[in-house]
Each structure stands twice: as C-alpha cells, then as structure tokens.
Design a protein around this ligand. Sequence first.
Ligand code: DAH
Length: 340
Amino acid sequence: MNAVFNPSALSSSLKESLEEIGKAKTSQDLEAARSKYFGSQGIFSLASKSIGSLDKDKRKEAGEFFGKCKKEFDSAFLKKKEEVEAEEERGRLRAETVDMTLPFTRFPMGSLHPITLVKREMEHFFTSLGWSLGDGPEVEHAWYNFDALNFPPDHPARQMQDTFYMAPQDCNLVLRTQTSSTQVREMISSPLPLYTASIGRVFRSDPLDAFHSPVFHQCEGLAVDEGLSVADLKGVLKALVSSLFGGGKVRLRPSYFPFTQPSFEMDMLLEGSGKWVELAGAGMVHPNVLKSAGVDPEKYTGFAFGIGIERVAMLKYGIKDMHDLVEGDVRFSHQFAMGD
Ligand code: DAH
C-alpha cells in the first residue's frame, strides 16, 4: 500500500467526518461535510482514485476498506439527513403557523342602498310594461324645469319648490327641483306615442330633517297618446303601487300643479292602520305643456305622475328617519339588501 492510500489516515478522517455529521444542524452543514471528505478534492475521493495504482494484491483489500468507510459514511449521512430535513420542515411549518384567533382585516361586502333597491324595482316595473327609461340633466335650464311646464314667470307656483339657482343669475340654470323637467325633453326627442319613466335626483333648499332632504329622488312617469284618460293614469298608478307594496288601495284627490289639468294627489291605503298616505302627484298633462313640446293637444292627451323614491322606501321598509337614508352607513343598507 503506498502513501496516498493510508488506511489509518482514512480511519481517523472517517471518525472526524462522522463527528461532523453528528454535529450538523442543517442540510448545508451536511453537504459541507460530504464535499469536504467525498467531494472531488476530499481525502476519500483522492484515496479511491489511488486504488488503481496500487499493487494488484493490495487493491482488493484497499477497495474493501474504502467501501467499508464509504458505507459507514453514507449510512450516517443519510440517517442524519432525514433528521435534519424533518427538523427543517418543522421549522418551516412553525414559521407558517396562522393563529386563527388573531383579529383579521375584514373586507366587508357592500350592500345596495334602499333607494337603489326601490329604483331598480320601479325600473323593472316600467320596462315590463313596455315603457322606456329616460334621463335628464340635474343642472337644468329653468325653461324645462318651470316655463315649459306652464309655470308663468313670477307665478307663485315657482315658490312652491325652493329652488337652487346657479350663478351667474342670468344663466337661467337651476338644480332641477323635480323630474317633471324631463317631460318636455322626452316629448321633443321621442316619437309619439310615448310611454316613459325617468328616475333621478332632484334638489330643493330644504334643511335635512327626519322627513326632508335637500337632495332626494323622484320617479316621473309620462304617457302621451291618442285618447288617454284619467282611468289610464289610475290603472298605471294602481299597478305600480301593487308591484311595490304587494297590493294596496289607491285613491286620487283633487290638487293643483301648473303642468296638469286636472291635477291629483294619489294616496295609498296603509295595510293594517287604515290610514291614507300621500304618495304621488299626478294629472293629465296640461295642453300648454304639450304645446311647449310641439305636440298637438287636439290630437294627443297625456298623463303624468311624480313619486318620491325616499317616501316609497320609507313606507316600504318602515324607515322612520330621513337621516338614515342619507348617511350612507353600510350597516343600515345591509338590512334591506339581504338575499339580493
Ligand atoms: N313634480 C311634482 C313635484 O315635485 C310632482 C308631480 C305632480 C309630477 C304631478 C307630475 C304630476 O308628473 O303630474 O311635486
């Protein structure tokens, strides 16, 4: 046996390597030990390469000795490797542990606001009757909001609705006080006969209290055709109330609006209490309004009505205070949107 293949040096290296394996804490420690002893420059690799150059009669013995060392190393290495990897896996799992009892960041679901729910129901009602859905600007020319609707200049009726005027004064723009402002726009832009509903925001300089808000919503219905009568108006209102409230009696009471003749308030009978509550303004479209839109009042008649959406929502859902409707607290909306 020559100097390179030195069994006693290999024995002590084996002992050393087994101690290193014993002390290894991580896979890297283990790999470092393997490459130190069995890597290309390791003492065992060099010894193994030298076996070929030994005298023939020594080769077998050296080969067996090398094999025995390698086997011992490998088995200690693999055993330790399993332990170290298991410990590393436990460490990873510990690091990924989630404490299910910790408070967490919620991603709350939104809820449709009751105004949106009522609006959608009404839109569904009108489209299922075959009516179109219209729209109009919130900043409106005073002509569409008042003049075209037969409010004469300086007529006290203009003061019926506390109007927000836009500056400068002579621009004649207002924040629309009623969705009736869409009536003449619709008649001008659509061919007759016309059956249309428009839902949107309106503005009046009322302070916010339990029953009023400076910004609220209305639904305007308008039908213009040949031969329409109050009976048609009442039929549509009755169907609307029954679709919104699941039944209910309605009645028309005489009233006054400049843009209808005759004019009515529509009341609905409250289930249980026997009380009538006012729900909408309505009437047959005034001939002057038809004329504003270039419609021949000798040929066509029309009916129109305006309903406050907040009022419907309050009655439908038993909401007692307007503040709840305008404050935008999602916990409030959640109550009505269940299952939507
Ligand atoms: N625009 C009226 C209001 O805001 C409501 C109204 C009354 C609308 C009679 C109509 C109508 O279309 O015919 O008080």
